[in-house]
Write a protein that binds this ligand. Structure first.
Ligand SMILES: NC(=O)c1ccc[n+]([C@@H]2O[C@H](COP(=O)([O-])OP(=O)(O)OC[C@H]3O[C@@H](n4cnc5c(N)ncnc54)[C@H](OP(=O)(O)O)[C@@H]3O)[C@@H](O)[C@H]2O)c1
Length: 310
């Protein structure tokens, strides 16, 4: 069967499957998860989306563990949340950790056991972005992106799983990206790490459902944070500037609220993006040849824009 035949088949199957999915969600009435007193472990809580998630879960009455590298920023956030404390809220706890640390799993296990002795919600949020051409990118950069965005989160997840399995409940939320669904030029290492995250946690979802553990992969479009500022360049230096796309992105508090809703409703995944981006994701599946042509044109355009700036 040729490419066109396969794509037509997809279109024919896709419509009825979407209609059945809609019917399933309309008829299934799952009870909302009550967040009060739940223990939430958030990586990358020192800034951006992680910080917004910490605020959102704290205001829902959760016991929040603020994990990250920057102790000073985490303590500042803890103090800020404490200063607004209402009677139903718990004081957050700071946990200093680096996703590149080989012993991160032992540290997480110890922290969970010694802080509240349980964990209900894990938010695998910390991450870093990248800008560069494959041909110019150092292997160390590819490796770092893979460790920070994917392998580090695997270690943390494995450390918390025994607690959730014993409790027979839990929620694991992974902050991926729309780039975990479709790769764009000059973001190879970032897109690869997010694709890996998507695949790994899709596997895990199936394996842990019978323990009452829910896995949700969140794939947002641009969010107004420091992600592009902190992104790595091909040579390993910091990109160091805010890209316009990021500046025009979603408010991190809006995205954090969507993540809270995902946990409450036990969602399996969320693609938070404008319609045309969702269309591009569909195009990648239904008409890959067209998607590849569009991306090749984009790569050429970016290259000539870069040459002009030199
Ligand atoms: N912003 C966007 O446009 C966008 C879009 C889609 C998905 N996302 C995803 O959203 C997540 C949060 O990013 P953000 O947008 O909030 O960017 P951000 O403001 O740069 O936050 C990134 C967080 O990750 C932490 N981090 C980085 N490397 C770490 C390491 N080795 N160990 C521990 N923590 C580390 C940072 O901590 P330090 O303070 O220690 O650096 C920071 O707290 C990321 O997974 C990102 O891929 C972002």
């Amino acid at each position: 069967m040729g490419d066109l035949g396969v794509n037509a088949l997809w279109a024919v199957i896709g419509l009825p499957v979407s209609l059945i999915s809609l019917l399933y969600f309309a008829l299934s009435r799952r009870k909302n998860v009550v967040l009060q007193d739940k223990v939430v472990f958030i990586t990358g809580a020192s800034s951006g989306l992680g910080e917004a998630c910490a605020e959102a879960f704290h205001f829902c009455g959760c016991k929040v563990i603020l994990a990250g590298r920057n102790e000073h920023k985490l303590v500042e956030l803890k103090n800020r949340l404490d200063s607004k404390k209402l009677c139903h809220q718990h004081s957050p706890v700071v946990c200093v950790l680096d996703l590149e640390d080989d012993c991160i799993d032992d540290k997480v296990r110890l922290a969970i056991a010694s802080i509240w002795g349980r964990i209900d919600i894990l938010i695998n949020n910390a991450g870093m972005s990248y800008r560069g051409a494959v041909s110019e990118t150092k292997s160390d950069v590819d490796m770092k992106l893979m460790v920070v965005n994917h392998l580090g989160h695997i270690k943390i997840t494995k450390a918390i799983l025994p607690f959730m399995v014993e409790q027979k409940s839990g929620h694991i939320v992974c902050i991926s990206s729309v780039q975990g669904r479709m790769a764009i030029p000059h973001r190879s290492a970032y897109a690869a790490s997010k694709h890996a995250m998507q695949a790994y946690f899709d596997s895990l979802r199936a394996e842990v459902e019978h323990y009452g553990i829910n896995v949700c992969v969140v794939s947002p479009y641009y969010i107004r944070t420091n992600l592009s500022l902190n992104a790595l360049s091909a040579d390993g230096s910091t990109h160091g500037k805010h890209d316009q796309t990021t500046l025009n992105g979603y408010d991190p508090h809006f995205v954090a609220q969507k993540i809270v809703n995902c946990v409450q409703r036990r969602c399996d995944e969320l693609i938070l993006a404008p319609f045309y981006v969702k269309l591009a994701i569909c195009l990648r599946v239904l008409a890959p040849w067209l998607y590849f042509k569009i991306m090749a044109r984009r790569a050429k355009k970016e290259l000539s824009a870069n040459d002009k700036h030199k």
